[in-house]
Structure formats: C-alpha cells, structure tokens
Design a binder for this molecule. Sequence first.
Ligand SMILES: *Cc1c(COP(=O)(O)O)cnc(C)c1O
Length: 421
Amino acid sequence: MDHFLYRNGALHAEDVPLAEIAAAVGTPFYCYSSATLVRHFKAFDEALAGMDHLICYAMKAASNQAILTLMAGLGAGMDVVSGGEYARAKAAGVPGDRIVFSGVGKTRDEMRMALSGGVRQFNLESEPEMEVLNAVALEMGVVAPVTVRVNPDVDARTHAKIATGKSENKFGIPITRAREVYARIARMPGLKAIGIDVHIGSQLTDLEPYRQAFAKVAELTEVLRADGHEIIRLDLGGGLGIPYERGNTAPPLPHEYGAMVQEMLGHTGCEIEIEPGRLIAGNAGVMVSEVIYVKQGEGRDFLIIDGAMNDLIRPAMYDAHHDIVPVIEPAPGVEQQPYDIVGPVCESGDTFAKQRMMAPLAAGDLVAFRSAGAYGAVMSSEYNTRPLIPEVLVQGDQFAVIRKRPSFEEIINRDTVPEWV
Ligand SMILES: *Cc1c(COP(=O)(O)O)cnc(C)c1O
C-alpha cells in the first residue's frame, strides 16, 4: 500500500487527485505521500523493535527539507554523504548526535563542519581518510567517533552501478585488513572507534547477501573485541530493494530483514544502525508528466512526454524500470497497445520505456511514473535548460509545493558574464 490509488477513475495521492495538482503547479512534477513516508519509516522501526537501534534515513534518496523535517519529527537520524547534506539535516532540526557522516571522499572542511556542529560518527572508508580526520580532530581539540566501513567481498546481486560490497568496488576497507586498521585507529588520539560499518549496495532483492555480510560482521565484532576494541554499534547500511515492477518478484519485507538482523547480530548486544533510503522514499513518490505528442513511427508509436531524462535519470543511467500508469483510469477491458515512451531531450538515452503496453493515450493526457520518490528529484538537472521540476508533498487532503519550479529568468541569472566577454 503506497497511497497512490485510483478512486472514482482518477489516480490520487492520498486524498488528492493528481490531476488537481497538475492543474495547480503544471507538469512535470514530483509528488510525495507523507503517509507512505511515515509508514515505511515505522515499518523499519517496528522491525528492529527488539534491539537498541536508530534508523538513519539515507537522505541522498530524497532530500527536500519538507521530507527531512517529516522524518526528523519521527525521531529519525540521518545518513549524510556531503557537507551540503549535513547542512540540510541540521536545518531540518536533526541533532548532531543523530547524524552519521558517510562517503568515500570527505574533505577537511566537511570534517570540520561535522565536528563543530555535532556528529554521531564518521564512517571511514580509507586509511588516508583516517589520517586526515585524526589531524583535523586534533587541530580542533576533539575526539572523532568513528566506525570503519568494511568491504565484506560479497556479491549483492544487484545492478553493477549500485553494488558496493565487492572487493573491486571503491568502497570501504577490505575486511581482511580490519584488525590492522582498528589497531592503527587505537594509536590515533583524535579518533575513537566505536563500531563497524558495512553497506553492500542498493536495490537488494534478496536477504542472502546481507546474511553473508552480517555473518562476517558478527565474526569481526568478536575478533576486534578480543583485540581490546570497544565495539558498541553496528551500522548495517541501507539497500533493501523495492518492487519497481508490479507483479514481479517481491523484495524482502522490513520485518523479514529485522528478524534476520536479530538472528545474525542480536547476540553481539550492539546498538544497530541502519540507513535505508530507497525503501523509505522510493514508493512514496511519483513523477507526473503530460503527453505532448503521440508520434507514429515506422512500426512503433512514440509517446513524447514533457518529462525527460534530466528530470528522472534512472532509466537512462541504470536501465531502471518504472511502472508508468495513466492518471485517468482506463475503462475496464480496453485494449492496450505498445508505446515507446520518450522525453524531448536530444539524446536517444532519453527513453523511459520501449514497447510498453498501455491503454491508448492522446496529447494532453497525464501519466504517472511510480516508484520515483528515491533517486528521482535529487538526481535531476537542468540539462537543455529545462527548469528543475517542482516537488509537491501531500498529506491527507492537502498538498503543498515544497520546491517550486524556477523561472527562466532565475536560471539565467545564476550565470555571470564577465565584462571582458
Ligand atoms: C546510498 C547509501 C545508502 C542508502 O541506500 P538505499 O539503497 O537507498 O537504501 C545507505 N548507506 C550508504 C553508505 C549509502 O551510500
């Protein structure tokens, strides 16, 4: 249940018809359901209820301030991967001790920012980074709480661009080097290791890779404790997948994941931290777009819509599938026909779906891309000087624009022309 349902033949976000939002804000736009965001957060919270835990929303999935404020209000922590995200988390009222700083390339400025504003921990990804953080912390006269992201060398069985837990990926430190690395940290007065971090990838549709990774983390916890390190927290990353294609195999549910975490790691007594992004926001958002033209090609019909790859890049970047549904429910029994659904950008990659079976559509009709809430708006750009599309949040029967569409003037005025041109 994601709160995007047909009612009286019209697709709604909670109690608001999407066509009504389209009339108010224009197309294309992103629309999120608060009830779905809350529901997904609570599903995880309940799944881990038997263990001391904190859910740190991986805000890179969808980082609008309204969404962050909603999450912060539920008691969520945040997983941030840049200084900008850190600033967003603070602006949304998230206390520093609930902000986890992840990412392979943290800069000195970002480290200073988090150490002065407060941080739950840094998840360290390399030995050079350890040395720099140690130096920055010493300069500031503080001790930085850290975990080391270990790379367990397991195959996450997901798309190559979002797998992160194999030894060939740029992420983390090989788990085989962990003892040496923790011993080095123990000799660095600016750092205090408090736990272990692991994140093996995104859109995992199977618990088995997690099971393998968490078995290695459990074993490492024992080994590091025997070496004299105080391991009190395990950060298990994010990555649980969502069903992008209705009727296809369903990914594991949060409670199944929670039971597995309890089974694999409950005995360590550690506080459990998880960083879900996609599972919180993915099915809580849709992108609504209007058909501009129906073009008859040779042997195929194209639906040319006003949304494009710059608005939603997942199909072009990851060959991702999004269910695309008409905003007005087709009459029962209407015969479907295949369409290639494309945007107006001058790249063949600006194709959302090929030979997709749809009820017949005409210019002016609205379509909704399901499961577009995560890695949608945040990855958009203004390529072709197409303004960033608005984001709208719905709660019950109310909706609000939470990021407005910039005018052409605003876009142009961001550039500066030197007088010598
Ligand atoms: C991207 C990322 C996440 C979130 O992944 P999802 O698949 O969106 O749940 C969590 N932790 C880290 C370190 C990440 O890079």
